[in-house]
Design a binder for this molecule. Structure first.
Ligand SMILES: *[C@@H]1O[C@H](CO)[C@@H](O)[C@H](O)[C@H]1NC(C)=O
Ligand SMILES: *[C@@H]1O[C@H](CO)[C@@H](O)[C@H](O)[C@H]1NC(C)=O
Length: 159
């Protein structure tokens, strides 16, 4: 009985050691999806975005698309020079770096009609408040290693 409790405690600590365990899938526009005549600035103001989260653009494939652009192109609703165009109708875009990100729909006048999104991506949220969010990969690897060790010990105890 006692060893089971220790095991549970060990597994719990292992999980809490894992860095950035959960990135959120954020559906752009929530139930409205990705469409013109919707104010994505107002929508984004109600959300927070962090490294590790995914933006999910949901729309009827062919009717719209998603083009990551720079700030200048965003203002001008100009997606013509972009490196990538997402068209699947359920485009999952991982947020990998902090700072401003801009997206627009390149079809017809949709961008002019508000189908454009600018967000500010914050550093990844860490389960340990003591760990500064700007920390390099070294402490992350160390913590992952610690978590793996704890799991290994727990598994050994089960035998
Ligand atoms: C759109 O942007 C591209 C480069 O990204 C540029 O070559 C083109 O002139 C721009 N078009 C307009 C209408 O500003
Ligand atoms: C969205 O609404 C804000 C006010 O809440 C307004 O300032 C902004 O121009 C609107 N954006 C679009 C694209 O309509």
């Amino acid at each position: 009985m006692a060893s089971k409790q220790v095991l549970a405690l060990l597994l719990f600590s292992a999980v809490s050691l894992l860095p950035f365990a959960m990135g959120a899938d954020i559906v752009v526009g929530d139930g409205n999806g990705w469409m013109p005549d919707f104010n994505y600035t107002d929508w984004a103001a109600t959300k927070s975005f962090a490294v590790g989260d995914n933006l999910v653009f949901v729309y009827s494939g062919g009717d719209h698309n998603v083009i990551p652009v720079g700030g200048v192109e965003f203002k001008a609703c100009n997606g013509t020079g972009a490196a990538r165009v997402f068209t699947s109708g359920r485009d999952v875009i991982p947020l990998k770096t902090t700072g401003r990100k801009w997206y627009l729909c390149g079809i017809a006048d949709h961008c002019q009609r508000g189908q454009k999104l600018v967000i500010n991506v914050l550093p990844a949220t860490s389960p340990a408040p003591a760990l500064p969010p700007t920390s390099s990969s070294t402490p992350i690897m160390k913590r992952t290693f610690q978590a793996a060790m704890v799991i290994a010990v727990a598994i050994a105890m089960m035998n």
